[in-house]
Write a protein that binds this ligand. Structure first.
Ligand code: FES
Ligand code: FES
Length: 201
Protein backbone atom coordinates (compact mmCIF):
# COMPACT_ATOMS: atom_id res chain seq x y z
CA UNK A 1 0.00 0.00 0.00
CA UNK A 2 1.29 3.47 -0.83
CA UNK A 3 2.02 5.75 2.12
CA UNK A 4 1.27 9.46 2.37
CA UNK A 5 2.90 11.73 -0.17
CA UNK A 6 6.12 13.05 1.37
CA UNK A 7 5.95 16.82 1.93
CA UNK A 8 8.49 19.12 0.32
CA UNK A 9 9.77 21.64 2.82
CA UNK A 10 9.63 24.98 1.05
CA UNK A 11 10.85 26.92 4.06
CA UNK A 12 14.12 25.01 4.14
CA UNK A 13 14.93 24.60 0.46
CA UNK A 14 13.63 27.55 -1.51
CA UNK A 15 14.75 31.16 -1.54
CA UNK A 16 16.17 31.13 2.01
CA UNK A 17 17.11 34.83 1.69
CA UNK A 18 13.41 35.75 1.62
CA UNK A 19 12.86 34.07 4.93
CA UNK A 20 15.18 36.59 6.58
CA UNK A 21 13.89 39.88 7.95
CA UNK A 22 15.86 43.00 8.78
CA UNK A 23 14.79 44.78 11.95
CA UNK A 24 16.11 47.74 13.91
CA UNK A 25 17.32 47.21 17.42
CA UNK A 26 19.23 49.29 19.96
CA UNK A 27 22.86 48.52 20.74
CA UNK A 28 24.48 50.22 23.75
CA UNK A 29 27.83 50.44 21.95
CA UNK A 30 26.78 51.75 18.53
CA UNK A 31 23.28 53.11 18.97
CA UNK A 32 20.74 51.78 16.47
CA UNK A 33 21.79 49.01 14.13
CA UNK A 34 20.19 46.59 11.71
CA UNK A 35 19.80 43.00 12.75
CA UNK A 36 19.05 40.23 10.28
CA UNK A 37 16.98 37.49 11.80
CA UNK A 38 14.89 34.52 10.74
CA UNK A 39 11.21 35.32 10.18
CA UNK A 40 8.85 33.89 12.75
CA UNK A 41 6.09 31.49 11.76
CA UNK A 42 3.51 34.27 12.30
CA UNK A 43 5.44 36.66 10.02
CA UNK A 44 5.80 33.97 7.35
CA UNK A 45 2.08 33.29 7.50
CA UNK A 46 1.33 37.01 7.10
CA UNK A 47 3.19 36.94 3.75
CA UNK A 48 0.75 34.37 2.36
CA UNK A 49 -1.74 35.14 -0.37
CA UNK A 50 -4.74 33.18 -1.67
CA UNK A 51 -4.33 31.58 -5.10
CA UNK A 52 -7.00 29.89 -7.17
CA UNK A 53 -5.44 27.24 -9.36
CA UNK A 54 -7.11 25.26 -12.14
CA UNK A 55 -5.44 21.87 -12.21
CA UNK A 56 -6.58 19.08 -14.53
CA UNK A 57 -9.92 20.83 -14.93
CA UNK A 58 -10.61 21.23 -11.18
CA UNK A 59 -10.34 24.42 -9.14
CA UNK A 60 -8.21 24.50 -5.98
CA UNK A 61 -7.61 27.30 -3.49
CA UNK A 62 -4.17 27.53 -1.93
CA UNK A 63 -2.99 29.97 0.78
CA UNK A 64 0.74 30.29 0.31
CA UNK A 65 3.76 32.53 -0.07
CA UNK A 66 3.63 34.11 -3.58
CA UNK A 67 7.23 33.01 -4.12
CA UNK A 68 6.49 29.38 -3.35
CA UNK A 69 7.18 27.20 -6.40
CA UNK A 70 4.11 25.68 -8.04
CA UNK A 71 5.55 22.19 -7.47
CA UNK A 72 5.13 22.58 -3.70
CA UNK A 73 1.48 23.62 -4.05
CA UNK A 74 0.74 20.71 -6.39
CA UNK A 75 2.32 18.11 -4.11
CA UNK A 76 1.82 19.48 -0.59
CA UNK A 77 -1.48 21.36 -0.88
CA UNK A 78 -3.32 19.62 -3.73
CA UNK A 79 -1.88 16.15 -3.22
CA UNK A 80 -0.72 15.40 -6.77
CA UNK A 81 2.40 13.28 -6.75
CA UNK A 82 3.13 13.03 -10.49
CA UNK A 83 5.44 16.04 -10.72
CA UNK A 84 8.60 15.07 -8.84
CA UNK A 85 11.27 17.08 -7.10
CA UNK A 86 14.58 16.22 -8.77
CA UNK A 87 17.04 19.09 -8.83
CA UNK A 88 14.90 22.08 -7.88
CA UNK A 89 16.91 24.10 -10.41
CA UNK A 90 15.15 23.58 -13.77
CA UNK A 91 17.90 21.15 -14.78
CA UNK A 92 16.27 17.70 -14.87
CA UNK A 93 12.62 18.03 -15.92
CA UNK A 94 11.16 15.72 -13.24
CA UNK A 95 8.76 18.45 -12.09
CA UNK A 96 7.38 19.37 -15.56
CA UNK A 97 3.73 20.40 -15.87
CA UNK A 98 1.83 22.21 -18.61
CA UNK A 99 0.78 25.82 -18.14
CA UNK A 100 -1.74 26.60 -20.87
CA UNK A 101 -0.20 23.73 -22.82
CA UNK A 102 3.38 24.92 -22.42
CA UNK A 103 5.80 22.63 -20.52
CA UNK A 104 7.41 24.41 -17.55
CA UNK A 105 9.61 23.42 -14.63
CA UNK A 106 7.23 23.76 -11.70
CA UNK A 107 10.16 23.71 -9.25
CA UNK A 108 11.15 27.23 -10.34
CA UNK A 109 7.74 28.65 -11.30
CA UNK A 110 6.49 30.79 -8.41
CA UNK A 111 2.79 30.78 -7.65
CA UNK A 112 2.62 34.51 -8.41
CA UNK A 113 3.64 33.77 -12.02
CA UNK A 114 0.89 31.22 -12.69
CA UNK A 115 -1.97 33.72 -13.00
CA UNK A 116 -5.06 32.29 -14.68
CA UNK A 117 -3.12 29.68 -16.66
CA UNK A 118 -4.64 26.22 -16.82
CA UNK A 119 -2.35 23.65 -15.23
CA UNK A 120 -2.18 20.07 -16.46
CA UNK A 121 -0.15 17.40 -14.72
CA UNK A 122 0.56 13.85 -15.79
CA UNK A 123 -2.63 12.80 -13.99
CA UNK A 124 -4.55 14.95 -16.47
CA UNK A 125 -2.81 13.67 -19.60
CA UNK A 126 -4.86 10.52 -19.97
CA UNK A 127 -6.98 8.08 -18.01
CA UNK A 128 -6.66 4.33 -17.43
CA UNK A 129 -9.58 3.89 -19.83
CA UNK A 130 -8.24 6.33 -22.43
CA UNK A 131 -4.48 6.72 -22.00
CA UNK A 132 -2.46 9.25 -23.96
CA UNK A 133 -0.60 7.58 -26.88
CA UNK A 134 2.65 8.27 -25.05
CA UNK A 135 1.43 6.35 -22.01
CA UNK A 136 0.41 3.45 -24.24
CA UNK A 137 3.77 3.52 -26.02
CA UNK A 138 5.66 3.64 -22.70
CA UNK A 139 3.90 0.48 -21.57
CA UNK A 140 4.36 -1.26 -24.92
CA UNK A 141 8.09 -0.42 -24.97
CA UNK A 142 8.43 -1.28 -21.25
CA UNK A 143 10.37 1.94 -20.69
CA UNK A 144 10.40 2.63 -16.94
CA UNK A 145 12.96 1.39 -14.49
CA UNK A 146 12.62 3.34 -11.23
CA UNK A 147 10.10 5.68 -12.88
CA UNK A 148 11.21 8.82 -11.09
CA UNK A 149 11.85 10.78 -14.29
CA UNK A 150 8.83 9.59 -16.30
CA UNK A 151 6.73 12.64 -15.52
CA UNK A 152 9.20 14.97 -17.21
CA UNK A 153 9.63 12.89 -20.36
CA UNK A 154 5.90 12.35 -20.85
CA UNK A 155 4.85 15.94 -20.21
CA UNK A 156 7.60 17.38 -22.42
CA UNK A 157 7.03 14.87 -25.21
CA UNK A 158 3.25 15.37 -25.06
CA UNK A 159 3.59 19.11 -25.70
CA UNK A 160 6.14 18.45 -28.45
CA UNK A 161 4.04 15.83 -30.29
CA UNK A 162 0.95 18.02 -30.07
CA UNK A 163 2.76 20.73 -32.04
CA UNK A 164 4.97 18.58 -34.27
CA UNK A 165 3.50 15.84 -36.43
CA UNK A 166 5.77 13.12 -37.80
CA UNK A 167 8.98 14.42 -36.16
CA UNK A 168 12.35 13.06 -37.20
CA UNK A 169 14.54 11.22 -34.67
CA UNK A 170 16.83 14.26 -34.51
CA UNK A 171 13.88 16.53 -33.75
CA UNK A 172 12.69 14.24 -30.95
CA UNK A 173 16.19 14.11 -29.45
CA UNK A 174 16.44 17.88 -29.64
CA UNK A 175 13.03 18.41 -28.00
CA UNK A 176 13.93 16.09 -25.10
CA UNK A 177 17.56 17.12 -24.75
CA UNK A 178 17.06 18.97 -21.44
CA UNK A 179 15.74 15.95 -19.56
CA UNK A 180 17.63 13.54 -17.32
CA UNK A 181 17.14 9.86 -16.51
CA UNK A 182 19.54 8.40 -13.98
CA UNK A 183 18.48 4.86 -14.91
CA UNK A 184 19.69 5.36 -18.49
CA UNK A 185 16.44 4.48 -20.25
CA UNK A 186 17.05 6.96 -23.05
CA UNK A 187 17.04 4.42 -25.89
CA UNK A 188 13.70 2.96 -24.75
CA UNK A 189 12.27 6.44 -24.28
CA UNK A 190 13.24 7.38 -27.83
CA UNK A 191 11.55 4.22 -29.15
CA UNK A 192 8.39 4.99 -27.16
CA UNK A 193 8.19 8.60 -28.34
CA UNK A 194 8.67 7.48 -31.95
CA UNK A 195 5.92 4.89 -31.48
CA UNK A 196 3.60 7.51 -29.99
CA UNK A 197 4.40 9.90 -32.83
CA UNK A 198 3.31 7.22 -35.30
CA UNK A 199 0.06 6.71 -33.37
CA UNK A 200 -0.61 10.45 -33.35
CA UNK A 201 0.58 11.06 -36.92
S1 FES B 1 13.06 19.34 -10.18
FE1 FES B 1 12.41 20.83 -11.55
S2 FES B 1 13.74 20.61 -13.25
FE2 FES B 1 14.55 19.26 -11.75
S1 FES C 1 13.66 5.57 -14.94
FE1 FES C 1 14.81 5.96 -13.14
S2 FES C 1 15.45 8.03 -13.36
FE2 FES C 1 14.53 7.56 -15.23
Amino acid sequence: MLGAIPKLNFRDYAFPCKRRLTTRSRSSATGRQDVIRRATARELHAMNQRFTLTVNGKTHTVDADPDMPLLYALRNDIGLNNPHFGCGLAQCGACTVHLDGRPVSSCVTPLCAVGQAKIVTLAGLGTPEKPHPLQTAYIEEQVPQCGYCINGWLMTAAAFLRDKKKPSEAEIKDALSGLKCRCGTHISILKAVKRAAEMMG
